[in-house]
Design a protein around this ligand. Structure first.
Ligand code: NAI
Length: 331
């Protein structure tokens, strides 16, 4: 099936091509992000393959539908960038990668926690510069601390299991109770209690209308002074301006983010030779107790391989009229 692959990077092209070897779909690789102004590049493509920062809103979907697109396949678990209701109204199917190595993201979240708490990036930068001082590098033992997990699904539960292995008490907050989380020793709490009691909070819920800015000025004011916040889920879960205000007063003791509310203008590009116009990200990276990475938590060999394989399988299933097991729910 003729498929326009937006936001292609070299690894997307290599791995999607390998996954497509037997299926033989006609893949058109495009470096551009999908937006209303680039949608015409998919003219004549029955399928469009997108990533997290493509804009698949009602306007773009209408343009795609008019050009004959009938399937949108996102190379991600999260699908908040796609207006699934508008797609359904236009007769466009939407599929995602429901499941791929959740260890990739959970392990990265643990890495961010260790890095920000023990100042590993700062220490490394110092030693490169010949500075072997320890002043300013003190962290705290994770053993014996209380870690909060917001969203105890696949990734959150694995993150929780690793934290239990460190000897932490783990509290969870979710709309639904996950028996695996409780069986391993996690305890559910209200969001207010979790925020109040935890030394570390890690976000693992999807971005929805209910979870947008779930971390905000009010919740940060109720948090333990000096708590560390980790976000590997979606940028808009955190009100970034409120986080900056809490970092300035020391109420927030550390912040490590792999995702950022305005990341679509920045991430997955080399902007090192340009002037970054986003003052919020520039303020964030100026804090010594903040680590920002560019949406790489999923980026392991295992996860990427599964993402590409599932994406090709979904396109093949659509072409043959088979059941779409990775269909995005509407509403
Ligand atoms: P999942 O669907 O297994 O778990 C999400 C959990 O969040 C579920 O238990 C769900 O009940 C809970 N949840 C939903 N709405 C909630 C609410 N209003 N309040 C509290 N909990 C709520 O998803 P999975 O695979 O664990 O992924 C979690 C998120 O991680 C994804 O939605 C995505 O945004 C993010 N992600 C980030 C990646 C990265 O590279 N940084 C890669 C993959 C996923």
């Amino acid at each position: 099936m003729k498929t326009a692959v937006f936001s292609t990077r070299s690894y997307d092209k290599a791995l999607l091509t390998a996954a497509n070897a037997r299926a033989g779909h006609e893949l058109i690789f495009l470096q551009d992000r999908l937006t209303a102004s680039t949608a015409s590049l998919a003219a004549g493509c029955e399928a469009v393959c997108v990533f997290v920062n493509d804009n698949v809103d009602a306007e773009v979907l209408t343009l795609l539908a008019a050009q004959g697109t009938r399937l949108v396949a996102t190379r991600s678990t999260g699908y908040n960038q796609i207006d699934a209701a508008a797609a359904a109204g236009l007769g466009i199917e939407v599929v995602r990668v429901t499941s791929y190595s959740p260890y990739s993201v959970a392990e990265f979240a643990v890495g961010l926690l260790l890095a920000v708490n023990r100042k590993i990036a700062r220490a490394s930068a110092r030693t490169r510069d010949g500075n072997f001082e320890l002043d300013g590098l003190m962290g705290f033992d994770l053993h014996g601390k209380t870690v909060g997990v917001i969203g105890t699904g696949k990734i959150g539960t694995i993150f929780a299991r690793i934290m239990l292995g460190f000897g932490c008490t783990v509290l969870g907050y979710d709309q639904y109770r996950n028996p695996d989380f409780e069986a391993m020793g996690g305890n559910y709490a209200s969001s207010a209690d979790l925020v109040h009691d935890c030394d570390v909070i890690s976000l693992h819920c999807p971005l929805t209308d209910q979870t947008r800015h779930i971390v905000n000025a009010e919740s940060l004011a109720r948090a333990k002074r000096g708590a560390i916040l980790i976000n590997t889920s979606r940028g808009a879960l955190v009100d970034t301006e409120a986080a900056i205000a809490a970092l300035k007063t020391g109420q927030l003791g550390g912040l490590a983010i792999d995702v950022y509310e305005q990341e679509s203008n920045l991430f997955f590009q080399d902007l090192s030779s340009t002037i970054i116009e986003d003052d919020v990200i520039q303020r964030l990276v100026s804090f010594h107790n903040v680590i920002v990475t560019g949406h790489q938590a999923f980026f392991t060999q295992e996860a990427i391989g599964q993402i590409m394989q599932t994406t090709i399988e979904s396109i093949s299933a659509f072409e043959s009229g088979a059941e779409l097991v990775n269909r995005v729910p509407v509403g």
